[in-house]
Ligand binder design. Structure first.
Ligand SMILES: CCCCCCCCCCCCC/C=C/[C@@H](O)[C@H](COP(=O)(O)O)NC(=O)CCCCC
Ligand SMILES: Nc1ncnc2c1ncn2[C@@H]1O[C@H](COP(=O)(O)OP(=O)(O)O)[C@@H](O)[C@H]1O
Ligand SMILES: [Ca+2]
Length: 446
């Protein structure tokens, strides 16, 4: 609640008519030319997200504010999934606008960035399929009016999921840079991600929850419980390029806040330096979850987020590996998403701040890789007998999961992920620290 903004009317009185006209003109000029306020916005509403209230939220809470602030709008209510993405990619006359706004959840935001980033690369003659290309930054800012199920991107950039607050951040023209991960497979582009890329637990929760969409946001709670009880683990190899020379670690007590110096420092450093600096590291094992959090992923379900010290715009993602453990231990880890305890202070959890990572599930590894896994001299048959011992009930190879990519299912399992520092900008300013009242002895002075 402390991050909520509200409108207020202030009446100024001025004894002289001429002076009041001058002040009014000055104010109008300031608003027109000095502030970075948007004047014309392209708005996409997902009528299908969250509790299906997107259209009502926009019409009742947001449109009147835009009108009062003199912001003109072109509004499109989407008619099908990927409508907004495809419109932005091919049709939208982007030159007319100062920004694009989505009304919906993380899935709707994802559509917008896919449309905008794709369009920017094609216009700039950059090949989005090449994972090593330096992507062009998008010039249009993006606003989010939360009307989805988790709304983690809004919560982690504003501090609250409140349509009025988000509308006011858009109106005053705030600007918050944000990192974007590109996801590729064999030199083919798959998706972009800004919040959570999760394999295993979060991939399974998402797949199961999509079948329960009729339940609205509560679908995640039911699927979360079901997947917790199912307790699947997945084998594979994770390789990563640690972020070197940057300030900040995933275990810091400090948080990414408005005007974050870590983002400013690392952003500058990483744009100047070749990202291939450093050595790749490899980890093989059995995991309950592999999560990459490019921001804290804070949301009402997890107010600190999956990686509380992650940064919005530092050019890195926090790679969290939760190794196979008992249900009880996994529950301890999950409960720490919701409490103040350090969720990484567990023997089966490790976290690395990285610029790039790859994952290959066990079933995609070549035979020679598999043989190497088992001390070099194990035959393929021995490897399969190992698998069957782990799954006595079904006697088959272990199942494989999918990736949860900002709440969208990604069925490719073997992926190559690279962080693009500050590729997009939001109409936000990061989470503001609560005001510190210094003059407590004299509250009137405050
Ligand atoms: C037994 C106690 C369990 C407590 C678990 C609490 C877990 C909270 C995790 C929050 C993760 C947030 C990451 C955000 C992901 C969103 O992008 C994604 C899509 O959002 P939207 O399009 O708005 O619906 N949401 C999810 O994947 C939901 C994950 C919920 C898992 C329980
Ligand atoms: N008009 C529409 N009909 C059906 N699906 C849509 C429509 N517009 C957008 N979508 C899709 O709806 C999905 C969920 O959207 P989102 O806004 O994230 O809501 P939620 O937070 O409830 O998941 C996204 O995959 C998006 O592409
Ligand atoms: Ca980041």
């Amino acid at each position: 609640r402390q991050h909520r903004w509200r409108c207020a009317e202030v009446t100024f009185t001025c004894p002289e008519g001429e002076l009041s006209v001058m002040l009014l003109l000055l104010l109008l000029l300031l608003l027109l030319f000095t502030a970075n306020r948007p004047k014309h916005l392209l708005i996409y509403i997902n009528p299908y997200g969250g509790k299906r209230q997107g259209k009502r939220i926009y019409e009742q809470k947001v449109a009147p504010l835009f009108a009062a602030a003199g912001v003109s709008t072109d509004v499109i209510v989407t008619e099908y999934a990927n409508h907004a993405r495809d419109h932005l990619r091919t049709e939208a006359e982007l030159k007319k606008y100062d920004g694009v706004v989505c009304v919906g959840g993380d899935g709707m935001f994802s559509e917008i960035i896919h449309g905008l980033i794709w369009r920017t690369q094609i216009d700039g003659a950059v090949d989005p399929n090449c994972p090593d290309e330096t992507l062009q930054t998008c010039s249009l800012r993006i606003g989010i009016i939360p009307a989805g199920s988790t709304d983690c991107i809004c919560f982690a950039t504003v501090g609250t999921n409140d349509p009025v607050t988000s509308a006011l951040h858009i109106i005053v023209g705030d600007s918050q840079p944000m990192d974007v991960c590109s996801v590729h497979h064999n030199n083919a582009f798959l998706r972009y991600s800004v919040s959570l890329l999760g394999y295993g637990f979060y991939g399974d929760v998402l797949t199961d929850s999509e079948r329960k969409r009729w339940m609205g946001p509560a679908r995640y709670d039911l699927s979360g419980l079901k997947m917790f009880l199912t307790h699947h683990y997945y084998e594979g190899t994770v390789s990563y390029l640690p972020a070197r020379g940057i300030i900040g670690t995933p275990r810091d007590a400090a948080r990414c806040r408005s005007g974050c110096v870590v983002c400013q420092h690392n952003g500058k450093l990483l744009t100047e330096r070749s990202e291939n600096d450093g050595e790749w590291r490899t980890i093989r094992g059995k995991f309950l979850a592999i999560n990459a959090a490019s921001m804290s992923c804070a949301c009402p379900r997890s107010p600190k987020g999956l990686s509380p010290a992650a940064h919005l715009a530092d050019g890195t993602t926090d790679l969290i590996l939760v190794r196979k453990c008992s249900r009880f231990d996994f529950l301890r880890h999950l409960l720490r998403h919701t409490s103040k305890d350090d969720q990484f202070d567990l023997t089966f959890v490790e976290v690395h701040r990285v610029r790039r990572f790859r994952f290959t599930p066990r079933h995609c590894q070549s035979d020679s890789d598999l043989e190497l896994d088992l001390l070099g001299n194990a035959s393929k048959r021995q490897i399969f007998s190992q698998i069957c011992r782990d799954h006595p009930a079904c006697g088959c190879a272990p199942a494989y999961s999918c990736w949860n990519c900002d709440g969208e299912i990604l069925t490719h399992t073997a992926i190559d992920v690279r962080v693009h520092c500050q590729l997009i900008k939001l109409f936000a300013r990061g989470i503001e620290e609560p005001a510190v009242f210094e003059d407590l002895a004299n509250p009137c002075a405050i």
